[in-house]
Design a binder for this molecule. Structure first.
Ligand code: UVW
Length: 221
């Protein structure tokens, strides 16, 4: 029986990829590195410092900065990102998300955020979805996706057995994390982007997605 549904945030609840891209691009250009939207795909599901490392490697600058300088670069990116998030509003939640969260609540199924983002509470507040979630797993101090830790921490917060959980993700690293946690993995997005991710079920979008469909797909009725 289903005990919890765990949601990635960026790319599942709302489209923050475009804001991450604008902010990373600005930071990268400041140090002479160019990134394009295709490169940005490789940052999905990856935490802030790991994203910075990937950008520095992309620009052949992985040896150039001290840890303190890297933290400054990441801080500059985050300041810009948070400024861009100010335009986020409730109507920016992806289609079907609000309805699915309501259905979970009506049926007593905990919804949990399992995101690498330290900005998750801020984003949920802007979308007015904070109350729709029973818990937000804190990404601090645990290995990032594709390690299973954030999903296991999320399940633990609501006392759920991972094998009775469904995880929803838009990124390869995230789907690998869900599978490594022993959960049923739903991939949202284009098959082209998700690739051979190992998702148990791939959906083009969450529009119209119901609890009943999730239960049937995961054989958890
Ligand atoms: C990510 O980049 C996912 O996290 P943050 O919002 O903490 O920068």
């Amino acid at each position: 029986k289903l005990q919890a549904v765990l949601f990635d945030l960026d790319g599942v609840i709302t489209d923050t990829a475009k804001y991450h891209f604008i902010a990373w691009k600005q930071m990268a250009e400041g140090i002479g590195i160019t990134i394009d939207s295709e490169f940005n795909e490789s940052l999905k599901g990856i935490d802030r410092m790991q994203s910075l490392e990937r950008i520095l490697i992309h620009g052949h600058q992985e040896q150039r900065y001290s840890q303190a300088e890297k933290e400054q670069l990441a801080q500059a990116k985050n300041d810009e990102y948070v400024a861009l998030l100010a335009s986020l509003a409730p109507e920016d939640a992806y289609p079907g998300i609000k309805e699915l969260l309501q259905e979970l609540k009506d049926n007593g199924v905990p919804a949990v955020i399992a995101s690498a983002s330290k900005n998750a509470p801020l984003i949920l507040d802007a979308l007015q979805l904070t109350d729709a979630f029973q818990a937000i797993a804190d990404p601090q101090g645990i290995p990032g996706k594709p390690a299973p830790d954030i999903f296991l921490r999320g399940a633990g917060l609501v006392g759920a057995d991972p094998s009775c959980c469904i995880g929803i993700e838009d990124a390869q690293a995230g789907i690998e994390a869900i599978k490594a946690a022993g959960m049923y993995a739903v991939g949202v997005g284009e098959q082209r982007i998700l690739g051979p991710s190992g998702a148990d079920w791939v959906l083009p979008s969450t529009s119209g997605l119901t609890l009943r469909q999730l239960l049937a797909a995961a054989h958890m009725e």
